[in-house]
Design a protein around this ligand. Structure first.
Ligand SMILES: CCCCCC/C=C\CCCCCCCCCC(=O)SCCNC(=O)CCNC(=O)[C@H](O)C(C)(C)COP(=O)(O)OP(=O)(O)OC[C@H]1O[C@@H](n2cnc3c(N)ncnc32)[C@H](O)[C@@H]1OP(=O)(O)O
Ligand SMILES: CCCCCCCC/C=C\CCCCCCCC(=O)OC[C@@H](O)COP(=O)(O)O
Length: 271
């Protein structure tokens, strides 16, 4: 048998693949999605039994169930600025958005009575979509600005009526370019309409452990920095742009500092 010499090579190939970082990348990603789906499946009946349906209090169940997932993925979180989250009453949290992994960081820090704004497509993500709905997540249609504005206007009313907190990703999409994208305006309109403070939270860059292009997903430490709240009392629609610029500036310098990049003055414009 001429081809017999190939046998050890063929046997070695899967071994090489299994130990390669590409394998680890795909394995961790698949594990993450499958495990979150499973956790959501467990959470659904608990939430329905506890609160009978869509209710922001379900976020406690979700937060509790998600907290240990970081250990499986080799992730650690360091949190600074906790004191800034001790504010009473409703507020709007804004943070940068790099990946679906952000959910793990959110659940490390999520205050009580806090839900999120998300794209409406997420409701179709199987059990995860169902748990998002049960957790009171506000879904917006990003393709129809007028609809999104109406939904966010209603959300501003709910923030006050139900005394809740809302987490918004003002970049409007995931971004791992090593810098923040220009901010969209919705979060700032919302905070001004409700006259509630904005609390910015910055996630350090994932680039040192998670590289989508290179297919690398190593262990890593993520720093979450809560910045001082920005008051909106007395501000009007005319102040939206300056409020957005002020938030963008402080978050961007915190992001660059946390990610070990030298401060830059002329980044992408905010418009
Ligand atoms: C145990 C179970 C385990 C299960 C696992 C699950 C675990 C947990 C569940 C939680 C998971 C959920 C995590 C959620 C993450 C999802 C994140 C996302 O989906 S991010 C994408 C969606 N989010 C956003 O897009 C929010 C930010 N976007 C905006 O705020 C936008 O402004 C907009 C969508 C409202 C509008 O978009 P666009 O037209 O592109 O943007 P602008 O340029 O900002 O606005 C155009 C003009 O309109 C004005 N404007 C905006 N908003 C308002 C408003 N509310 N009222 C009045 N006017 C508004 C704005 O000023 C612009 O006008 P201009 O004249 O240029 O100023
Ligand atoms: C049967 C349907 C199967 C769908 C499988 C998808 C399931 C996802 C499962 C587990 C991940 C758990 C965390 C889910 C929350 C992630 C939210 C998220 O990060 O959405 C992306 C959105 O912010 C920005 O979207 P784009 O970058 O604009 O696009």
């Amino acid at each position: 048998m001429d081809a017999l010499w190939m046998l050890p090579v063929l046997l070695l190939l899967p071994v090489l693949f299994w130990t390669s970082s590409t394998f680890v990348f795909y394995f961790k990603k698949c594990f993450y999605v499958a495990y979150m789906m499973l956790l959501a499946l467990i959470a659904i009946p608990i939430c329905i039994l506890k609160s009978g349906g869509r209710d922001i209090e379900n976020m406690r169940v979700i937060r509790f169930l998600v907290r240990h997932v970081k250990y499986f993925l080799g992730l650690r979180y360091e949190i600074s600025g906790w004191q800034h989250l001790q504010a009473e009453g409703p507020y709007v949290i804004i943070s940068n958005h790099q990946s679906s992994l952000d959910v793990l960081g959110m659940m490390e820090i999520l205050p009580d009575r806090c839900t999120m704004i998300a794209k409406k497509e997420l409701i179709w993500a199987g059990t995860v979509g169902m748990i998002c709905w049960l957790g009171g997540i506000v879904f917006i249609n990003r393709k129809k600005t007028s609809d999104a504005k109406t939904v966010m206007g209603d959300a501003a009313k709910t923030v006050l009526a139900d005394q809740i907190r809302l987490w918004v990703f003002p970049e409007g999409t995931r971004n791992q370019k090593g810098d923040l994208l220009p901010f969209k305006k919705g979060a700032f309109h919302l905070a001004i309409q409700a006259q509630v403070p904005i609390i910015p939270i910055v996630f350090s860059s994932y680039n040192n452990f998670y590289k989508r292009k290179e297919k690398e997903f190593n262990s890593g430490t993520i720093t979450l920095k809560v910045l001082p709240k920005i008051e909106t009392k007395g501000l009007t629609g005319e102040d939206v742009t300056s409020l957005s610029e002020q938030s963008y500036g402080s978050m961007r310098s915190a992001f660059l500092e946390l990610s070990g990049q030298p401060p830059q003055s002329n980044g992408p414009s905010n418009h």
